[in-house]
Ligand binder design. Structure first.
Ligand code: 13P
Ligand code: ZN
Length: 269
């Protein structure tokens, strides 16, 4: 079957990266059933032929109006689709959508009429803000990392930057490669506009936020960058939990050692 990716190496490379990351999410045990979703702003790869492609779905409402998204295009994981399937067949388990001129609705244009993720309000609200702020970030990832979600069940970890400091102090790399830390979004209904609004607000200060008792949501330059930040945080959470499982509270790097890291690596915090 003909695909929109045929003859478009740059667009195909972006979708291939989504498939690669989808495989990592599954291998990590973060993507049970249809858990998690990925969207990528692919507007820069859109040519006149794509712009003229007819809709292959009816017009669908986003649920929010996002003026910055006028004329933009996104690759979106399909709702109910499995990451482990997407890893092999990204265009059967996701689709490319065009945001319409009212900035409140969209159509699917390729390859198949796979309905986008139920978390589209969160993804598109964040993409709109990234465009408005002139950011070069193009990808957003939501997934269910076991240890980080487990930590979100303890209220004492949910106060501002408590988790950030614990996770940074487990291994130097976490501060270096997730330099803004981990924000916390109090529980909201999955797929809701309230969750989207709370996510947007918290992402002003962080690249990765923890959705209480649900998962994480990250933004990045591309899908690999967003994944890497979740991965380093998850690694720290594993070290913390392994230490606790061995019967002790891990010492953690000292504040002086973490300050030294910030100076040596020119980190923002
Ligand atoms: P979708 O299958 O609609 O992407 O939903 C998965 C999920 O993790 C919702 O939070
Ligand atoms: Zn989820």
């Amino acid at each position: 079957m003909k695909s929109i990716l045929d003859g478009r190496a740059a667009l195909k490379a972006e979708v291939d990266k989504v498939a690669e990351v989808a495989g990592y999410l599954w291998q990590n045990g973060w993507a049970e059933r249809n858990g998690g979703n990925i969207t990528v702003n692919v507007t820069e790869y859109v040519d006149d032929e794509i712009r003229n492609l007819p809709a292959i779905s009816e017009v669908k409402q986003i649920g929010v109006t996002l003026p910055a998204l006028k004329g933009t295009y996104f690759y979106c994981k399909g709702t109910g689709k499995r990451m482990r399937d997407l890893a092999r067949k990204p265009m059967d388990n996701g689709s490319i959508i065009r945001i319409l001129d009212d900035c409140a609705s969209y159509v699917i244009i390729a390859d198949n009429a796979v309905n986008p993720t139920s978390e589209l309000p969160s993804h598109l609200t964040v993409h709109a803000h990234l465009i408005e702020s002139g950011s070069s970030y193009k990808a957003t990832v939501h997934t269910h990392p076991i240890e980080l979600v487990a930590m979100s069940h303890n209220r004492k970890f949910l106060a501002k930057d408590v988790l950030t400091n614990i996770l940074w102090s487990m291994i130097p790399e976490t501060k270096a490669f997730c330099p803004l830390g981990l924000g916390v979004v109090p529980y909201e209904l999955p797929g809701s506009n309230k969750l989207a609004d709370a996510t947007l607000k918290e992402l002003e200060d962080y690249d990765v936020v923890l959705w209480e008792k649900h998962g994480v949501f990250a933004k990045g330059l591309d899908v690999m960058d967003a994944f890497d930040q979740i991965d380093v945080l998850s690694k720290s959470a594993k070290i913390y939990i392994n230490s606790r499982a061995m019967g002790y509270e891990p010492e953690g790097m000292s504040q002086a050692q973490m300050k030294e890291m910030s100076v040596a690596f020119n980190l923002p915090k």
